[in-house]
Every structure is written in C-alpha cells, then in structure tokens.
Design a protein around this ligand. Structure first.
Ligand code: SF4
Length: 370
C-alpha cells in the first residue's frame, strides 16, 4: 500500500516489542481481532429520560461505566454476540454533554454560558461544530499512520506561539466562521469518519484547534459511525473531570499535549490557569481508568528545558509510566512569539539532546514515536 511506502516505519514499528506491549488493544482493533470501545458502548442499554437532572444522569453513567468495564473482560465471541441497544450508553453521554453545553463546562475555563442559545465564551463557538479539514495524515506518530484526522475550528487555549492560529485564534470576531470551515452535525461528522475509514485510516483522530468544545457533536456521531475503528482524542487535555467522564470509556487511544511543567509558564504563554494541576489530573485518569494506551506529545520550547521539559518527564516516569512520549522538536516562533524574546527561536540541538538524554535516564520510551 502507498502508506507503507510513504511511511515504512508505520509497519516496522510494530516489530518493536516494547511498542507492541504498550498498545496491545489498539493493535488488535487495527488487525480486526477486537472491537472498538464505542461499538461496545452501543450494546449497553441506558434507561433514562431527557428530563433527568445532571445528577441522575451522572449516577446512571457511573453505573453503566462499571458495566462497560465488565464487558471489556469478556472474550471476543461474547462481545460479538451482543446486540445494539436503544437508548444506549452513547445516547446517555450525548444527553449529558448537551446539559453541560447549556452552561458550558466542557473545559476548565468553565465559561458558564449557554452555547445552545448562541452565547459564546473564550473559544468563540456556539453549539455548532465546524470542521476546517479532514484527511489521511501521514505525518503523525508511526503507530498512528495513516491517521484519519479531523481538524475542528476553534480552541479553548490562547497560545502566543500557536502553529495553527488560522483555525484556532485569528478568525475570532473578525471573520464569519462559515466562510472558513464547514458546519457539521453528528451525522455529517460520522460520514466524514466513515469516509476516512474507507480510505484506510487506522484511527479517527479528533484534533483542532481543539476537539474539547465539540464533545457533544463527536459523542453524537458515535451512534452513526459504522467502522470498527479506533477512536483517538488528540487534545490540549484542559477538559473538566465531567467532560472526561463522558469520553473515558469510549476512546481507544489518547494523544494529550503536555507542554508546560508548571502553572506559571502556561498562564504566561497560553493564558490559562492551573494548567499543570489539571493536565496531570486528567493524564492520571486516562492512564489508570481509561484505555491506558497513550502517546504524550511534549513540544520542547526554547529556554524551557529546566522549568517544563524535565518536570514533565519526571511526572510521566513516576505517575504514568505506560505512556510513550513523542519528544517534539517542531516548535517554531509563530503568531505572537516575537513579543516574547525568550521563546522567539527554535530549540537548539543542545536543548533537544538534553531533553532526550533526560528521558533515557528516566527510562521513558520515546524513540519509536518521536
Ligand atoms: S469549551 Fe469554550 S465556551 Fe466552553 S468552557 Fe471551554 S472555552 Fe468556554
């Protein structure tokens, strides 16, 4: 296949035993030997009414999440024999997502506005979701290629060095979003995902901007997608615990950014509070309670090896050791970087070596995906 010619490492990477050991379920789904989580969730009945309170829905979700984890332990023949239910687990999380959208608490900015009523918060998005582009991405980490990538317009961060500022920031309040991205409902999003699966994608990769403001649409699409394909959350991970509880059972693979090793650098460059506390909280949850199949993306920033790169690697080696880390050298001074002289350059070779050597010293697996 052309994919294998363009990225031969996407095949050979699976010969590395440590990679096969870290991502066993993901690989089994790719090989057609296991069922993607979202398809299993569709076989779990959810007995609820739209009039239920948040608390009632959340309690039911907690019960069904326990049921989901039990089903995951069944053998494949037993899972294959299960029938789709209506309403099901996906309907429940979609309904809860719409409750959260009415007072938006999708991310930790907690703007509290009613996006269904067209109010907008920091991300500038109403209840509508917009796809800027979707395609088979050949440049992602070796185990993910070809990745069925869906770029959503809009972001809940305000990074001064944003590399995708055209879809995340600069349109806000200046341009009609419908001029630059396509509005999609849950059925249209499912159709995009199915199309990518048909073309040979190994996963459906939700990214942006950031997918967090679009949780409701993404969850809704899971009752309409048809392929047995891995669902992948590629995000800044600044989502609330409530939002994460909607996704935790459904994502087969996680691709969290982990940029800053402390709260102060995050506030200075991305305009967000309590970054380190929130990201470590969420990372621990997906590691311990989710699929646990994770590649952390760490973008090495100039002059931030001591304050950011090293504390991040230390945290991962101690608290979430199953994570594989992509140590990224792609930082480029863009957008408003020139206002911050200390980050207005690419990282040096010496800085990259220092971070990689530190990862080796801590026993972190990074080379096959970096
Ligand atoms: S998703 Fe957007 S509106 Fe909702 S809390 Fe985050 S920034 Fe605010």
């Amino acid at each position: 296949m052309v994919f294998r010619l363009l990225r031969p490492d996407s095949n050979s990477v699976w010969n590395i035993q440590e990679i096969a050991n870290r991502f066993p379920r993901y690989k089994s789904i790719i090989d057609g030997n296991k069922t993607a989580r979202y398809l299993i969730a569709r076989t779990i009945s959810a007995d609820f009414k739209n009039s239920f309170s948040d608390q009632q829905l959340e309690e039911l979700l907690s019960t069904l999440s326990g049921e989901f984890k039990q089903i995951l332990t069944l053998n494949q023949k037993e899972i294959d024999s299960r029938k789709i239910q209506k309403p099901n687990y996906i309907d429940l999380v979609e309904t809860l997502a719409f409750h959260y959208l009415e007072k938006c608490i999708f991310c930790e900015r907690k703007c509290g506005i009613n996006r269904i009523e067209e109010e907008t918060g920091f991300c500038f998005l109403t209840g509508d979701s917009y796809v800027a582009s979707s395609f088979l991405h050949m440049g992602e980490e070796s185990v993910l290629v070809p990745s069925g990538t869906i770029f959503f317009q809009g972001c809940n961060f305000g990074c001064v060095f944003c590399q995708n500022y055209d879809i995340s920031q600069t349109w806000k309040g200046k341009r009609e979003i419908s001029d630059i991205a396509k509005s999609v409902d849950k059925k249209q999003l499912a159709s995009i995902a199915d199309n990518l699966a048909d073309k040979g994608a190994l996963n459906i990769n939700y990214v942006g901007g950031d997918p967090i403001p679009n949780i409701h649409t993404i969850l809704g699409s899971l009752n309409f997608q048809t392929a047995n394909i891995c669902q992948l959350w590629n995000s800044n991970f600044y989502l609330t615990s409530k939002s994460l509880s909607l996704l935790i059972d459904l994502m087969d693979f996680w691709l969290p950014d982990f940029k800053y090793g402390n709260n102060e650098c995050a506030e200075k460059y991305s305009g967000i509070k309590h970054y380190y506390d929130i990201i470590t909280r969420n990372l621990k949850i997906i590691h311990d309670e989710g699929s646990g199949e994770i590649i952390v993306r760490h973008l090495v920033m100039p002059n931030h090896v001591e304050c950011c790169s090293k504390p991040i690697l230390e945290y991962i080696s101690k608290e979430t050791p199953n994570c594989v880390v992509n140590i990224m050298a792609q930082y480029r001074p863009m957008y408003h970087s020139s206002n911050y002289p200390e980050i207005n350059r690419t990282p040096t070779m010496q800085e990259m070596h220092e971070v990689k050597n530190y990862a080796d010293m801590l026993g972190i697996l990074w080379k096959p995906v970096s």
